[in-house]
Design a protein around this ligand. Structure first.
Ligand SMILES: [Fe+2]
Length: 420
């Protein structure tokens, strides 16, 4: 009851707020304090500063707490169109003897350096397409339209680890290895080690350090979803992704429209890839610059399609012949996955409205993407006054494992139970 009252109070406060009515860009989020600071530009803090501590930090906690995210949304007179596009800012909280110092540093990516040099957005990002350089002559400007989008190295999504080293990652083929003390970086290209065009920013790591990830490859035969395995340790001090292998490749049902995925699930024995009806239209992406369209303009939601859960055995690389089908849903993040009593149980944040993942730059959409995952189940979604039409809910698909048992059908339809 208190919660309802609290929500009503917030809603009326928002209605009174003039700035909420005038929202037309994701950085104009006054009245949405949950995301206001996340989509604001800041200066970096390269020299460590002291912090004020509330409570006590145990003496035994020692090390660097690292985070990244977008930190700069304007270059010169240009603004990025999407909150995914801000220039990567790395944060370090150094904890020692019960004290914490903070410093931050913009990632010295090619995107950041090129934009800085030209004092304008010179490299396209997910939701922002660059305009031809005004310094070029008319003919050069015309020709530059025929270039396709180059993958960005603006790794602003997450810190990840491979073989005990730290990296910042986005979803392209480029990551940056980070010195956790100095925040200095070195570029690392997945495609120099394995035949993939990118990898997610949310790998999973086994207790022994072996890391699994997923990445797409685009070949003349079509698009493939690849399961990647990276060994747990380095053989030499300066190596990066040496020894990485593709455990298996799953062909996309539609060769030119593979599904978009931001992450995947992993249990003790399986990787679970969720092929959702959010589609990347490769033809539109390739011709995007010519048409003045960004990558986000080439992402489609097709609610006529099912969601397919693919099970891959981690140790053999074998893909299960059973295709687990569920109703159309869109998911960015999974919460947990485990095997119990002959089932593989996944907890995930999902929505049955794919609009939150498609072409968007409004603060309401940014709020949905950043918003927490509510308990309650699909089909029970609520209109949220500050988050647009729908928000994400926690659901629990349970996949029967059928170890060695004969099957009547190789298609299993899943009910998505609510996570209570
Ligand atoms: Fe994420």
């Amino acid at each position: 009851m208190d919660t309802v009252k609290h929500q009503k109070k917030n809603t009326s406060a928002l209605k009174k707020s003039k700035s909420v009515k005038n929202i037309n860009h994701y950085t104009n989020v006054h009245g949405l304090p949950s995301i206001e600071k996340i989509v604001s530009s800041v200066e970096d803090t390269p020299r460590p500063i002291s912090t004020q501590i509330v409570g006590t930090i145990p003496e035994w906690i020692k090390g660097n707490f690292l985070r990244n995210g977008p930190g700069k949304f304007e270059i010169g007179n240009h603004k990025f169109n999407h909150w995914f596009d801000g220039m990567a800012l790395m944060h370090q909280f150094k904890i020692s003897n019960g004290q914490v110092t903070y410093k931050s540093r913009f990632l010295s990516s090619d995107s950041y350096q090129t934009n800085k040099e030209h004092n304008r957005i010179a490299i396209s990002e997910f939701g922002t397409v660059t305009m031809p350089d005004p310094c070029k002559n008319v003919f050069q400007r015309f020709l530059s339209r025929f270039e396709s989008h180059k993958p960005t190295d603006n790794a602003n999504v997450s810190f990840v680890t491979y073989k005990g080293d730290y990296y910042v990652s986005t979803e392209t083929n480029i990551m940056h290895k980070v010195d956790p003390d100095t925040l200095e970086t070195e570029k690392v290209d997945w495609s120099k080690f394995i035949a993939v065009n990118g990898a997610t920013a949310h790998p999973h790591t086994e207790p022994d350090g072996t890391t699994y990830n997923m990445g797409n490859s685009y070949t003349s035969k079509g698009s493939y979803y690849n399961i990647i395995q990276v060994p747990p340790t380095k053989k030499t001090e300066d190596e990066t992704l040496e020894g990485a292998t593709v455990l298996c490749s799953i062909p996309s049902v539609d060769k030119t429209k593979p599904s978009y995925y931001h992450s995947f699930a992993m249990s003790e024995n399986y990787v679970v890839f969720i092929e959702q009806p959010i589609k990347l239209d490769l033809l539109k992406i390739v011709t995007g610059k010519l048409r003045g369209k960004s990558i986000s303009d080439s992402i489609l939601w097709d609610p006529k399609l099912n969601t397919i859960f693919h099970l891959i055995h981690k140790h053999s690389g074998k893909v299960s012949s059973i295709k687990y089908l569920a109703k159309p849903l869109s998911t960015f993040h999974q919460i947990n996955a485990f095997e119990e009593d002959g089932f593989l149980i996944i907890d995930l944040c999902a929505s049955d409205d794919g609009q939150f993942a498609t072409s968007i730059n409004s603060p309401e959409r940014a709020s949905i993407q950043l918003g927490s995952c509510k308990v309650g189940g699909l089909g029970n979604q609520r209109h949220h006054p500050t988050r647009g039409k729908t928000s994400q809910e926690a659901v629990r698909p349970c996949l029967p494992l059928h170890h060695g048992a004969p099957l009547e059908s190789h298609v299993q339809v899943l009910m998505l139970s609510r996570l209570e």
